[in-house]
Design a binder for this molecule. Structure first.
Ligand SMILES: [Ca+2]
Length: 187
């Protein structure tokens, strides 16, 4: 039976060319790793993640950022729905147009008092009980109604509020005074 022989003489010292190849290989590897990290950070910016960021560098005076939207939560002053809509315009935005379950949950989590009710942009003032957003003219993309709502109580509930305690929407009397949430124009 022949033995396996390894001849030390066959393991030759690395030639200069091999060394150069190795250096070039690691250089390319380093460049690739660098380009991957750049790619990742760009992706993060493009991918709106739900989370609260109080950003010093923003193109709006609305202090709260969730994903790529900016908000003003008015939790002290109360206005009726029409006044609130006007106030948001004065501030450079609109009443909030809720676009997702996550957005709604994060917004409510930021309210300091769970007994707060806040106006949203949704209303059915056209009188056909079809709720649209005053901000977009389209149905609000996400509507999580509270159980039994919208009930059009006393047949005078045309505007939509968030009830913080139950994290759900309710149709309410538009002339009732409520807190409100504004969103900035897309920036
Ligand atoms: Ca109601």
């Amino acid at each position: 039976m022949g033995a396996v022989r390894i001849q030390l003489s066959s393991v030759r010292p690395m030639s200069m060319m091999h060394k150069l190849n190795l250096i070039v290989f690691f250089l390319l590897l380093w460049q690739f790793a660098n380009s991957m990290s750049t790619f990742n950070s760009t992706t993060k910016l493009d991918d709106p993640q739900i989370g609260v960021v109080k950003s010093a560098e923003r193109a709006t005076n609305f202090p709260i950022q969730i994903g790529n939207k900016f908000y003003h939560l008015e939790t002290e002053g109360k206005l009726n729905w029409f006044e609130a809509a006007n106030k948001c315009r004065e501030l450079g935005g609109y009443l909030v147009n809720i676009e997702s379950s996550e957005e709604m949950d994060v917004l409510v989590s930021l309210l300091p008092d769970k007994d707060i009710w806040c106006w949203t942009s949704a209303h059915c003032l056209a009188g056909n009980r079809k709720f649209i957003s005053a901000t977009t003219g389209e149905p609000m993309p996400y509507m999580r109604w509270h159980a039994g709502e919208p009930n059009n109580s006393a047949e005078r509930e045309f505007c939509v509020e968030i009830k913080a305690k139950v994290i759900a929407l309710n149709d309410a009397y538009c002339k009732a005074k409520r807190n409100y949430i504004c969103q900035a124009k897309t920036v």
